[in-house]
Design a protein around this ligand. Structure first.
Ligand SMILES: N[C@@H]1[C@@H](O)[C@H](O)[C@@H](COP(=O)(O)O)O[C@@H]1O
Length: 330
């Protein structure tokens, strides 16, 4: 697992959006090779979505061959309700980009058979070959999607009763009235998220500091369901300084030093993307170094030619002196 710490919400959003954009580009999606993503709602991803829309508008990314699966949806709220996750996703992301309507999958909290709706959702994910990248946020109690404390870490998409803490936290979207918040939701399971080939979680704010500490400094525990990220082979948490308040100083220093070393090896613009991209970056760093060396050498050549002494193109400065000595017989 990697932990990236940024100053504030805006910087976290910028980092995560750039990361997602690069992952989509690196994947090179086509109509026969769709990029399948899991997506969250809540205030955490809003900044990311807005930046992704900017990337789309500037031509840096396309969603034409992207398929999405949303994490969750309230039960019983009409899909056009201002607080439904359908409305949220279309308002913040989908209606601003070139995603195809048929490629958007959001659980239907009004389905006649809710269990069947959950099974259908899991089956669709499997049919598309699984999720490439699952983006998530967490609640202050460390829940991911609506996998409240005590949820099985092997859970799949299902109907879930919301924890009182979540109902209170979400009352802010329902005129502050707890009574208006739906008490049931459909949600992907912890295992649905962790089955994704990559998991990226955004955590911001001091109110999530305890959850972040519990999830990464203590053991895997169903009372802090996002702690299951510790078992994931490719996961990334992007958090702000406030969210690190309960972490040990050495934990923060450790992860910051990893990022620092990483940047010193492959440059600040690579965000730790792996595989081919990383190799390409390293190759292009090597190529840039070679180009610089050749330029320097051709400059030296022209100086040497002025002095009647040309250099071999692949010589380093040590060879240069040797060859120069040989040519001049000294
Ligand atoms: N089901 C959602 C979660 O997916 C989300 O991560 C959480 C945090 O929301 P926020 O990002 O607004 O803090 O809220 C809800 O419980």
């Amino acid at each position: 697992m990697r932990l990236i710490v940024r100053q504030d919400y805006d910087e976290v959003s910028a980092y995560a959006a750039y990361y997602v954009k690069e992952r989509i580009r690196q994947f090179q999606p086509s109509k026969d090779r769709l990029f399948v993503m899991g997506l969250p709602t809540g205030s955490s991803p809003i900044g990311v979505y807005h930046k992704l829309v900017d990337f789309y508008k500037s031509g840096d990314v396309s969603f034409e061959n992207v398929v999405t699966f949303n994490m969750d949806e309230y039960v019983g709220l009409p899909s056009h309700h201002p607080q439904s996750y359908h409305t949220f996703m279309w308002n913040h992301l989908f209606k601003h980009v070139d995603i195809k309507k048929e490629n958007v999958h959001i659980l239907d909290g009004n389905a006649e058979d809710l269990d069947e709706e959950c099974r259908r959702f899991e089956a669709k994910i499997a049919e598309l070959g699984g999720i490439e990248l699952f983006l998530g946020g967490i609640g202050p109690d460390g829940h991911i999607a609506f996998n409240e404390p005590g949820s099985s870490l092997t859970s799949r998409t299902r109907v879930k009763t919301l924890a009182y803490e979540t109902i209170i936290a979400n009352a802010r979207f329902f005129d502050g009235e707890v009574a208006k918040v739906p008490k049931l939701a459909l949600t992907v399971g912890v295992a649905t998220v962790m089955d994704a080939r990559e998991v990226v979680v955004i955590i911001t704010g001091a109110h999530k500091a305890i959850a972040l500490a519990k999830c990464i400094e203590e053991g895997v525990n169903h009372m802090w369901t996002v702690s299951s990220i510790q078992m994931h082979p490719k996961s990334l948490i992007v958090c702000d300084e406030d969210a690190t308040l309960e972490l040990h100083i050495k934990t923060v220093k450790y992860f910051k030093s990893i990022e620092h070393v990483h940047h010193s090896i492959i440059g600040p613009h690579n965000l730790g993307l792996q595989g081919n991209l990383l190799r390409n970056m390293m190759d292009s760093n090597q190529a840039a170094k070679r180009r610089r060396r050749l330029m320097l050498q051709s400059l030296l050549n022209s100086e040497d030619e002025d002095q009647g002494c040309a250099l071999s193109s692949d010589s380093d400065s040590g060879d240069r002196h040797t060859k120069k000595r040989k040519r001049t017989g000294t």
